[in-house]
Design a protein around this ligand. Sequence first.
Ligand code: ATR
Length: 271
Amino acid sequence: MMLNADTVLFAVLGDPVSHSLSPVMHNQALSDVGYNGVYLAFRVKDIGKVVSGIKALDIKGASITIPHKVSVIPFLDELDDTAEKIGAVNTIINRQGVLTGYNSDCLGAVKAISEKTAIKDKDVVIIGAGGAARAIGFGIISEGGRVTVLNRTVGKGEKLARDLGSEFQHISNLKKTKCQILINTTPVGMIPDTDAMPVKSDDLEKTMVVMDVIYNPLKTRLIKEAENIGCMTIDGISMFVYQGVFQFELWTGKKAPVEVMKKAVLKRITS
Ligand code: ATR
């Protein structure tokens, strides 16, 4: 794709941002559908100033990542209902100077799970109580799943459980908790500590569908142990790609080339 005076700009804003796989995924997708756009990464500290820049430069869409997902909210004009409930934004669209915030992590997780199994009326255990757990928790509840939050720090876990209207258990209590879908949102098992897993392997049951939001490595120890006993599994790439699919379709109005996006990300992870 030739860049010219009509090229539309998209961006990811965060700090750090150099590890982000979003530029590779979105640029490949833009080129695949023949959209005259480019997606760049910006390491930003002052999110308020940069959000004014989105309007000033007529940037069409932006991904928001750590540490700005919550602090960006006061600078936006509107919030979608889901993003408002979650209290975090990872996607902005600029419609003629009106900036609206969305949370595509939530929608991406729901899509990745729904591809493998229904969520409605299922007992879902979410390990962790940070931003990712919050986004996924609201997604599960909105699809009619029943959530139990399992966390190491009791106060933080109880707070998320309260906000979701769900149950809380300490992270050591998986065995005692009803669980049909298990989702790890903690960094336990991520490179370089790839031997670690957030729960005991003995506590996994083969009836569970097991998902990990970690995608480096692609197969975490949790996913490997779950596969070994015959569980259906969902790796972190699916959620990452589907949150990007939602962004792409929102920004461009075109159907996202899902397989192309997945391939672009996988190539970067395995190379
Ligand atoms: P994110 O926004 O990516 O979800 P976060 O807000 O830092 O990240 O949340 C990380 C979650 O992983 C927290 O729930 C954290 O547990 P605590 O509330 O006890 O801090 C959990 N976590 C991080 N490291 C962990 C570890 N080694 N064992 C268990 N849980 C861990």
